[in-house]
Design a protein around this ligand. Structure first.
Ligand SMILES: [Fe+2]
Length: 136
């Protein structure tokens, strides 16, 4: 499970609000994976989470454009790679089902991804936005 904790708060309220929601939806999915829900149910949660992630990406991209973030191209690439990987993962599940080891792998991947997304990629973006806000 992921905890919404201080170190995940980046100081840009628009981003933080969505990240908190993201952690909630990720936890719902992790719960579904852990508690032996049906594959259909798990896929529903995955789609739910993926839809929210995509919505969140578009808010971030808007902010990046608004603040003329210099790494916008790299950040957008990370976003589009994510979409490709999720599509592949869903195809894989449709084809091969969900084994216990696959479930563990997905849980681990989700947590790693989220912590990296917030702690590394968005941290850079948030620091940039804060710097600009402080100077205007
Ligand atoms: Fe984010």
């Amino acid at each position: 499970m992921l905890h919404w904790e201080k170190k995940l708060i980046l100081g840009v309220p628009e981003i933080d609000r969505e990240h908190e929601e993201l952690v909630k939806k990720a936890n719902d999915m992790l719960m579904a994976l852990k508690s032996g829900n049906s594959t259909d149910e798990i896929i529903k949660h995955m789609n739910f989470l993926a839809d929210y992630v995509i919505k969140h990406f578009s808010s971030e991209e808007k902010l990046q454009a608004q603040y003329q973030y210099p790494e916008i191209t790299e950040h957008k690439k990370i976003h589009s790679d994510f979409k490709v990987n999720v599509t592949k993962l869903l195809e894989d599940i449709n084809k091969n089902g969900l084994s216990t080891s696959k479930k563990i792998e997905i849980s681990q991947m989700t947590m790693d991804w989220l912590l990296k997304h917030i702690g590394v990629e968005d941290k850079k973006l948030a620091d940039f936005i804060l710097e600009k806000r402080n100077n205007t």
